[in-house]
Design a protein around this ligand. Structure first.
Ligand SMILES: C[S@@+](CC[C@H](N)C(=O)[O-])C[C@H]1O[C@@H](n2cnc3c(N)ncnc32)[C@H](O)[C@@H]1O
Length: 290
């Protein structure tokens, strides 16, 4: 992002404030940061961790999908950099009662924040077998989605992560050291509960519009569905759009809005993965406003 003095930056997925701190340090002494997170627990922790930067930070419990509104509230008409670090945080995964992890027993919740309309329990207990199968197939890329959906419908109501894991294991048993059979179904439910893919589609155009010339948008995604949305959007925005030839107007209709800083995503090095195994599937893509 190349933060610089007096710049204005947005961290749309504040979490514990790690990226925010990096940006504030790099833009010292007077760079400003707007930090957003839908999770009140994350926001409270970030507020504590970022206390030394009081006066340079603006934090709000809000979705990054409200980016334009949040910027309007601050009367920031252009920003120099925006970072989005998608998905759930380690803190959320490691808090058993949030229901994100199939390793712990907890209520089937999986909401990033109280704004989400449904919990994972609502989905597994209310959706039809067909809807569940489609969701698990699409968002989890799970080949055994139909079998799992059938077993869920037969066993419900389900209230806890352990109950759901038992149902999945009954039709899709553990085999050696392959990923746990519940991994994909849990991912699918989390994406659906938090409307993650629709949120990414909603924020990207707002983010590009909010950047001033030379400003950068950096997005870290953790699975192929997210990365595809980011990649396609960045590609489309970095092309000149020409009128179709049959209209016989040969001028360029719209110049490229951004340029890609990296055509291939940046991925973690081996040492980083060793230090932090959860980073293994991370992909970073960056564009700069032209
Ligand atoms: C991977 S973590 C970010 C960690 C952060 N970069 C750090 O340094 O600690 C993702 C965070 O994004 C938040 N989040 C997910 N969807 C969001 C949304 N639509 N709007 C705002 N925050 C969101 C989650 O609650 C979570 O805290």
């Amino acid at each position: 992002m190349q933060p610089r003095r007096a710049g204005r930056y947005v961290d749309g997925t504040l979490g514990a404030g790690g990226h925010a701190r990096g940006i504030l340090e790099a833009s010292a002494p007077d760079g400003q940061l707007l930090g957003l997170d839908v999770d009140p627990q994350a926001l409270a922790l970030a507020r504590k961790n970022l206390a030394p930067y009081e006066g340079r930070i603006h934090l709000a419990q809000a979705s990054y999908t409200s980016l334009s509104t949040q910027l309007a509230l601050l009367q920031w008409d252009a920003v120099d950099g925006i970072v989005l670090d998608l998905g759930a945080s380690s803190m959320q995964f490691d808090t058993p009662e949030r229901g994100f992890s199939f390793m712990h027993d907890a209520p089937l919740d999986m909401r990033f924040g109280p704004h989400a309309l449904m919990t994972a329990a609502d989905l597994v207990n209310k959706y039809s077998e067909r809807e569940l199968a489609d969701l698990i197939y699409q968002y989890g890329e799970e080949r055994e989605s139909r079998k799992i959906a059938r077993a869920i419908v037969k066993a419900r109501p389900l209230h806890t992560t352990r109950e759901l894991v038992a149902v999945i294991e009954s039709v899709s048993p553990r085999r050696g050291d392959r990923v746990h059979p519940a991994t994909r179904t849990f991912q699918a439910l989390r994406i659906a509960v938090n409307e993650e893919l629709a949120s990414i589609e909603e924020v990207l155009p707002q983010a590009v519009a909010a950047l001033g010339t030379g400003g950068r948008l950096a997005v870290i995604s953790f699975h192929s569905l997210e990365d595809r949305i980011v990649k396609d959007f960045f590609r489309e925005q970095s092309k000149d759009l020409v009128n179709p030839p049959y209209e016989r107007i040969y001028e360029v209709e719209r110049k490229a809005i951004v340029k890609e800083i990296n055509r291939k995503p940046i991925t973690p090095r081996d040492e980083e993965i060793k230090d932090n195994p959860r980073a293994r599937s991370a992909k970073l893509r960056i564009v700069e406003k032209t």
